[in-house]
Design a protein around this ligand. Structure first.
Ligand code: IVH
Length: 269
């Protein structure tokens, strides 16, 4: 290839670059309008949290299980490790905002705050150990630990954003779900935008980009979701992803740096 444009083109073709541009976000809305046969659709725009996906099950308000997503149809049971998270409610609060379901699966993300990640790396540096590469991988590695006491020492955090199986179904909108999560005592995302139409979605994505570095967790994008859960069901899913949501990825942060040295290594060949 010659030049950056061709590299970018090849990356797209090979799906090495899964960022969406404005056109793709607009295409998502146009597809939903066609599919559902109506305009003026309402959406939520939320931070895309850069952590480890988790599914929490509560039965009659009691926390019973935490499972990672794993490779599709089967995750790991990480209940003992998730129980070390200080902000995880063992029991959901009753609230007039939304009745407690008999069984509810709540999805979210487990992450390490930047401060905790730095504290752990400072400890490792002092002990002469190799530093952790980034908060996401450190959170993933921590969840897999067999020693729950070691997990407790690393202070994982939790944020919830979505609903899985729910019996009986009570929540009707994505906005209602965020209100219910808060009322039940679950930690939710700092800010969500309720908007109507795709122009408002696009400006919310821009506003979130301006705010996201102030959040406790890393964010690498925005998730746009159809607000009405009946319409979500009507739109359905492909075998890979829901048709009613799209994850938009921001461009990675870049910075100027000075190249100090190049080490040339010669291998066998
Ligand atoms: S709901 C497009 N909401 O990002 C499907 N997912 O790229 C969105 N994630 O598998 C599913 N923050 O592990 C949703 N606010 C959020 C999210 C979120 C992070 C993760 C999740 C999902 C992946 C989608």
């Amino acid at each position: 290839v010659q030049g950056f444009r061709e590299v970018a083109h090849l990356q797209k073709m090979l799906s090495l670059d899964n960022t969406y541009n404005e056109e793709e976000v607009r295409g998502f809305h146009a597809r939903l309008e066609r599919l559902l046969g109506r305009g003026d659709l309402a959406y939520t725009v939320e931070p895309k949290v850069d952590g480890v996906a988790i599914s929490l099950t509560y039965e009659r308000g009691e926390f019973v299980r935490a499972v990672t997503r794993g490779k599709g149809d089967r995750g790991d049971d990480v209940t003992a490790n998730v129980l070390t998270i200080a902000t995880l409610p063992r029991r959901l609060k009753k609230s007039s905002v939304a009745a407690l379901p008999d069984v509810v699966e709540i999805r979210g993300e487990i992450y390490l705050t930047a401060a905790e990640f730095e504290r752990l790396n400072a400890e490792r540096a002092a002990a002469g150990e190799e530093l952790y590469a980034n908060p996401r991988n450190t959170a993933a590695g921590t969840l897999k630990q067999l020693d729950a006491a070691e997990v407790a020492r690393r202070k994982l955090s939790l944020v919830c954003y979505s609903l899985g199986h729910c019996e009986p179904a009570g929540v009707q909108t994505q906005a209602g779900l965020h209100a219910a999560l808060r009322a039940w005592g679950l930690p939710g995302v700092e800010k969500i935008w309720h908007v109507r139409g795709i122009d408002a979605v696009w400006s919310a994505i821009g506003e979130l980009d301006g705010l996201r570095r102030t959040f406790a967790y890393g964010t690498d994008g925005a998730v746009v979701k159809l607000d009405d859960m009946a319409l979500q069901r009507e739109a359905g899913s492909t075998d890979k992803a829901p048709r009613w949501a799209i994850a938009y990825k921001y461009k990675p942060d870049t910075a100027r740096t000075r190249l100090k040295a190049i080490t040339i290594q010669v291998g066998k060949t």
